[in-house]
Design a protein around this ligand. Structure first.
Ligand code: SAH
Ligand code: SF4
Length: 301
């Protein structure tokens, strides 16, 4: 802009920054049009986001932190530890940058990229306000899902806001023994406390909780696990997403085979639960949580 005074320009420079993402790498899946971006940030950090082309429109999966503190045993996002929080504008910028590059309108958002959204609570809440504002991208809360590993007090805080978004909970195990062995967060808030919060959340918002369950061979995929899970989820308004786990070389777990996944699904369905086995989109482009950034950092080392 040349139509503002030098003084104002200096003031703007001193007090504000435009924290936008630049496209460092872009991968397009040969199978299903899924696009994965590796973005670089002005301070040299990297983050990733994925755009999925569904029948009902484009959905973007955004990151909320660089790295993650939660240390889940199966996830690539936390491998280099936690780097920093993302500002509301940096979460927004992932969407604007992808829309501009692809020439499409993104109509749904999932906060399921790198990072734990409820560990960056204030910035994520501000992002939600901005992205749903009619002067902004105007994406309604009903088209937004927030995924958490289970920071229970923050689930209650979220409940107080009475937002119409979908709460996804990364459960991945039916009991404390298994869950604590793969998700350290479970040592602070166990399965009972987490499911109590989910029950209250679903009752008070009348919104169905979406439980994520990554199927790992020999870890959490036995018929006993399925029966225990059915018991624990009884009476909660919910939907269970079974995800064949993505294998991450450093992490050592393997994906459950199709037979185990189907048997698991049948047991849950017989108990009256709504279950979907998630398609793995973009399987040729490492389109899951933290994998692309991990490879890029490794290749630079
Ligand atoms: N931190 C939040 C949101 C980001 S992770 C959370 O944990 O919910 C998005 C989803 O991907 C979570 O359900 C997470 O458990 C899952 N995930 C992480 N690594 C995975 C892997 N290797 N295979 C399958 N799902 C994985
Ligand atoms: Fe963090 Fe979620 Fe990955 Fe766990 S699964 S390390 S909470 S991003």
């Amino acid at each position: 802009m040349t139509n503002i005074s030098k003084d104002l320009m200096a003031k703007l420079n001193d007090n504000f920054a435009i924290l936008s993402c630049s496209i460092e790498k872009k991968l397009v899946s040969r199978y299903d049009n899924t696009v994965k971006y590796l973005y670089s940030l002005p301070d040299g950090e990297y983050l990733e986001c994925v755009v999925m082309d569904y029948k009902y429109g484009h959905t973007i999966c955004v990151s909320t932190q660089v790295g993650c503190k939660m240390g889940c045993a199966f996830c690539a996002s936390g491998i280099g530890g936690f780097k920093r929080q993302l500002a509301p504008s940096e979460i927004l910028s992932q969407i604007y940058t992808a829309q501009k590059d692809l020439g499409v309108r993104i109509s749904r958002i999932v906060l399921m990229g790198m990072g734990e959204p409820l560990d960056n609570y204030d910035n994520v809440m501000r992002f939600l306000e901005l992205v749903s504002d009619e002067k902004g991208l105007n994406i309604g809360m009903r088209h937004i899902s927030l995924s958490t590993s289970g920071i229970v007090p923050r689930i209650y805080d979220l409940l107080d806001r009475k937002l119409q978004l979908t709460l996804s909970v990364s459960l991945h195990a039916p009991n404390d023994a298994i869950r604590s062995s793969i998700m350290p967060v479970n040592k602070s808030w166990g399965v009972d406390e987490l499911l109590d919060a989910c029950r209250v959340y679903a009752d008070e918002t009348s919104r169905r909780i979406s439980f994520e369950y990554a199927m790992m061979k020999g870890v959490n995929d036995t018929p006993e696990c399925a029966r225990e899970l059915s018991q624990r989820l009884k009476g909660i308004l919910c939907h269970v997403n079974l995800i064949p786990a993505n294998e991450v070389p450093e992490k050592g777990h393997s994906r459950s085979d199709d037979n185990s996944i189907n048997e698991f699904k049948n047991i849950l369905e017989k108990a009256g639960l709504a279950v979907t086995v998630r398609r793995t989109l973009g399987s040729d482009i490492n389109a899951s949580c933290g994998q692309l950034r991990r490879e890029h950092i490794k290749s630079q080392a």
